[in-house]
Design a protein. Structure first.
Length: 292
């Protein structure tokens, strides 16, 4: 478990940097740049996490392409990533269609948008989905899973990275207006960032759903030996979800509204059930692939 503790320590250092360094950075930069306080804190946390990881990668034995999940020829990587992207979009679109059919989504915002705006939004959210997938898959299913798997085996690695993956989605964006920033605002920002994790019953359905997604992605990583398919799946799912958030509203008052989480109005019991079905399907697919 040493590797897991090491990675957990990196994350804690990144969070701690938000509390300690954001206010001093704000004092230095705010007179010249209009950075929102919370945005500055987020960037500091990410930079500290990245710096600690780069300094620790060789010690943990994850400084090479294979350990990061990129250890296959480029052509094969792009092929598998493309497959994952297509499957991710199709599978998430299917659950969106089901949500629409049972009255859980109101598409009025989409009807008010013109074609050019929608086309631009599609491209922007694709880039967002790819960026999120590259960052999270490289760190979690690449470096972290590899390091834990070497010490504790595949099952432990998949479960632990899935827990971290799910928890990371509940780091809230906590805003502090410029005129309310003070010496203790860094601590306030960290407290607000972690607030959702202090309300387990509020996020339970969303947490379990994202945990299942993390397990599926981890299992695919173990089955394929790289993160190409994981990256595509992740990007495809995020792409569709971001578009749904922009172009529709959740209908929480619908008879089946409880299937949508209070967290974001999307992930919840319905997506959890669908994720389990997808996971079983992918497991069967890769079992057949290995057998051949």
């Amino acid at each position: 478990m040493r590797a897991f503790v090491w990675f957990l320590g990196m994350i804690i250092l990144g969070l701690g940097a938000i509390a300690v360094l954001t206010y001093p950075a704000w004092i230095v930069l705010h007179p010249y740049f209009e950075f929102p306080f919370h945005r500055l804190g987020e960037r500091i946390g990410m930079l500290v996490l990245l710096g600690v990881f780069l300094l620790s990668a060789r010690r943990l034995g994850v400084g090479d392409r294979a350990s990061l999940g990129y250890g296959v020829p480029r052509r094969m990587f792009l092929r598998d990533m493309s497959f994952g992207l297509i499957f991710g979009v199709v599978s998430m679109s299917a659950i969106v269609a089901l949500m629409t059919a049972i009255g859980l989504l109101d598409w009025t915002p989409a009807g008010n948008a013109d074609a050019a705006a929608v086309g631009k939004l599609v491209l922007l959210r694709l880039s967002s989905g790819l960026a999120v997938a590259f960052i999270e898959e490289t760190f979690l299913r690449g470096a972290m899973l590899t390091a834990i798997e070497r010490e504790s085996g595949s099952t432990t690695a998949v479960v632990l990275t899935a827990i971290v993956y799910s928890a990371s989605h509940f780091f809230a964006s906590f805003h502090i207006p410029p005129d309310q920033v003070s010496t203790g605002s860094g601590i306030d920002l960290l407290r607000g960032t972690l607030d959702l994790l202090s309300r387990p019953f509020y996020i339970a359905d969303a947490f379990l759903c994202l945990l299942a997604v993390g397990v599926v992605l981890g299992a695919v990583r173990v089955a394929t030996g790289n993160i190409a398919t994981c990256l595509g799946l992740h990007a495809g799912w995020v792409w569709v979800m971001l578009l749904v958030h922009e172009l529709s509203n959740p209908v929480r008052t619908a008879p089946l509204g409880f299937l949508l989480s209070r967290f974001d109005g999307f992930v919840g019991w319905l997506v959890l059930a669908w994720t389990i079905v997808l996971g079983l399907g992918l497991r069967y697919f890769y079992a057949r692939r290995v057998a051949r």
